[in-house]
Write a protein that binds this ligand. Structure first.
Ligand code: HEC
Length: 481
């Protein structure tokens, strides 16, 4: 609209000609198929919409003002059909659907980046009051001197356990970390994204002492090559050591993957009935997530001692992993039960664009890698569909990706207005988010702070404070003033 006012139709005609001339050149056609989305944008769109999407002869795509709709589907439609009468060609012939999807992701990324540059995010300094939307809080270092803490569990008697990715388990007593790690922790593969992951006490820990762990278990395959897979064990603490260890879940050796690498999952959660749920990522091969024989790319459910419940969705099938609760997951590193509804949520890393929050239900397929809201990290297109019959839609998704990690619902009393809301840690975006969910829908998201480094986990403590795992420390968030 603005465009037609600003530029006479003669100019529009000229632009149209140049865009079509570009398309008809064989070199350009080839580039469209092989290039990254940024290259395609530069070739096909920048002349009108500006090199940085800031606008020029055609509208800006950064200002959140959309003539024809700013949601994913509207943007795709605008690109597909163009506005020939206003000077924008239809791109459906030149760009396959998945390239159009990649272009939408690219535009959403650029728009989010522009928005971020205009937003002042809170980066709390030690013990300084911060006013957030619902509560004033302050952030203090609770336990320092850690390296990539991954999981945190509170135990009775002012004690807590914290895992470090590199394989250490530490006892924290009255806010003091023990000088040496707990002995007897199994050997852990720590290459790549592998490591010692979650630590969670049994719901009846005070009586039985059980503590559960997820970690990347190193083994040797038939050729003697090092392989690993996420394994779940439990044990008890005695005299500074982890004793009485039992395996709760170990996948068949044939499904172990070369050690190190990506996408281990590794989060554990108990429901109110005492069933144990845990996640295993697809280890970098999306096909694993759709293969019910494999434990990879799944959420699992077992009894607290590892037995398989008869009412698991695939318990009666043969040739499948009968612990599977849901499948089609990429890399779920967040897993938590809503204390009010009892619903299970997982947060999982998508590819570039397309991190997801899912409402996890038994037997359901969450779609990876057949449907996704993301594209490849190198900016090439991935798939053209974001939805399909028989596959679940996420509760919400993030384009660009935040690199979502641990999640938990807050159930404490120190922040009454946060009660029963979801808190989400993120790695790449370095954000702690507060999320209000109602009837399976996200009503509201607030970034509580940003830029204190990669965050792996957030959990409420027995004192009602919120504990956040930053790259080298555990921070405690408590009310200010
Ligand atoms: C020849 C100039 C030209 C080129 C090349 C061009 N556009 Fe456009 N585009 C326009 C004009 C003009 C409009 C405004 C249409 C209107 O006013 O409704 C527009 C509108 C749009 C809109 C809708 C904006 C809104 O406010 O709803 C999107 C999305 C879009 N273009 C994306 C692209 C993408 C992606 C490319 C590259 C594949 C591209 N355009 C290439 C001229 C162009």
């Amino acid at each position: 609209m603005l465009f037609t006012v600003l530029f006479p139709s003669r100019r529009t005609g000229a632009l149209l000609v140049s865009a079509f001339a570009l398309l008809s050149s064989p070199l350009a056609a080839q580039a469209i198929r092989t290039g990254t989305v940024a290259e395609r944008y530069a070739q096909l769109c920048a002349s009108c919409h500006g090199a940085e999407l800031q606008g020029g002869q055609a509208p800006s795509m950064l200002d959140d003002v959309w003539v024809s709709g700013g949601d994913d589907e509207s943007l795709a439609r605008s690109i597909r059909n163009g506005f020939p009468e206003k000077g924008m060609p239809a791109w459906s012939a030149a760009l396959p659907e998945k390239e159009i999807r990649a272009m939408v992701i690219f535009m959403l990324e650029k728009r989010a980046q522009a928005r971020r540059e205009q937003t002042q995010f809170v980066k709390p300094a030690e013990s300084i009051a911060v006013q957030s939307e619902l509560h004033a809080y302050k952030l203090d270092t609770w336990v320092g001197d850690l390296v990539e803490p991954w999981g945190l569990a509170f135990l009775p008697g002012n004690r807590a356990l914290v895992t470090e990715k590199k394989g250490n388990l530490y006892l924290v007593e009255n806010g003091r970390r023990a000088a040496t790690p707990i002995k007897g922790v199994p050997e852990v593969d720590i290459d790549g994204q592998a490591g010692l992951f979650d630590v969670v006490p049994h719901p009846d820990h005070a009586r039985n002492g059980w503590i559960y762990f997820a970690y990347s278990d190193p083994q040797k395959d038939a050729d003697g090559k090092p392989v690993s897979l996420t394994r779940i064990i439990r044990g008890k603490l005695r005299d500074g050591a982890l004793v009485d260890q039992e395996t709760i879940f170990q996948g068949p050796l044939q499904y172990y993957r070369p050690d190190g690498g990506v996408h281990f999952g590794g989060r554990i959660a108990f429901d109110k009935k005492g069933y144990l749920y845990f996640t295993i990522g697809e280890r970098g091969d999306g096909r694993n997530a759709q293969d019910l024989a494999r434990p990879t790319g799944k959420v699992h459910r077992v009894f607290d001692d590892g037995r398989i419940p008869e009412d698991n969705p695939f318990a009666k099938r043969t040739g499948v992993d009968r612990t599977i609760w849901s499948y089609g997951h990429r890399n779920p590193q967040g897993l938590a039960f809503d204390p009010v509804s009892g619903n299970l949520f997982d947060a999982e890393h998508g590819p570039r664009g397309g991190d997801e929050l899912n409402l996890v239900q038994p037997g359901r397929n969450y779609g990876w890698p057949i449907i996704t809201y993301g594209m490849n990290y190198d900016g090439t297109a991935m798939v053209d569909i974001t939805a399909k019959d028989g596959m679940e839609q996420p509760v919400t998704y993030w384009v660009p990706s935040l690199a979502v990690c641990g999640i938990n619902f807050y159930t404490g009393d120190l922040f009454p207005k946060w009660k029963n809301q979801l808190f989400l840690a993120s790695l790449a975006a370095e954000e702690l988010r507060r999320i209000e969910i109602k009837d399976g829908k996200v009503l509201k998201q607030e970034t509580l702070f940003k830029n204190l480094g990669r965050i792996r986990y957030v959990i409420g403590g027995p004192d009602g404070a919120l504990y956040v795992l930053l790259p080298t420390r555990i921070a405690r968030i408590s009310p200010a003033g």
